[in-house]
Write a protein of this length. Sequence first.
Length: 215
Amino acid sequence: MIRKPAALKAVCTLEGSVNALPSCISIVSWYMLIVNRLRRRFFYARNGVAAIADENGVWRTVSGRKVFIKHGQSLSDAMRESGKFGTTQEESAYDRLIGKEYTGVRGQAAIDKLISEKQGHVKEAFYRDDIGEIDLIWGDSTVGLCHIIKEREARGISGKKFTDGLSDVIEKGVAFPGKDPDRLNIAYKGKVAVITFDLRDTETTALLTAFHTKK
């Protein structure tokens, strides 16, 4: 049973307490995250994507086909293993987007690794208590680190300089909802990182883009 709205009211109505503000912001972020995730689950249920938990993983219906995803297994690997998606154009496009997986790096080291390789992805590159694990992809001109760097450089900003400390934005920033219920914004020291919960309709939580806040 969710009781955060009552807690939110109690915190936000405290008078004369400056220290109550961070708690209020945290509770707002938590509450909106829950609301957004519930909306996201409704969206997937309405559009034919459902998941049923199992002790060894989860059964998910994707485009009318049941796929079993083992714990720790990626959706693309599960789709390929099922034999039901191996030749689909959709899977090939997603595989090309995420590319090779790199391991053994997290946080800023994961960012630097993908910038060096200019390809691939790192699973669980970041972690936040209010979101959980967040993947990082090099991506393309529309999403991921490649997109972030190209957009900044098109504005005369050094992509490398902008991405320095980007992990701090993701891990230390204040989260707040955006217009899209499947995304969450995180602000920190003049930068905003945007997290998506459904990267290319796969329910993968990953860094979508990032930019400077408007002055």
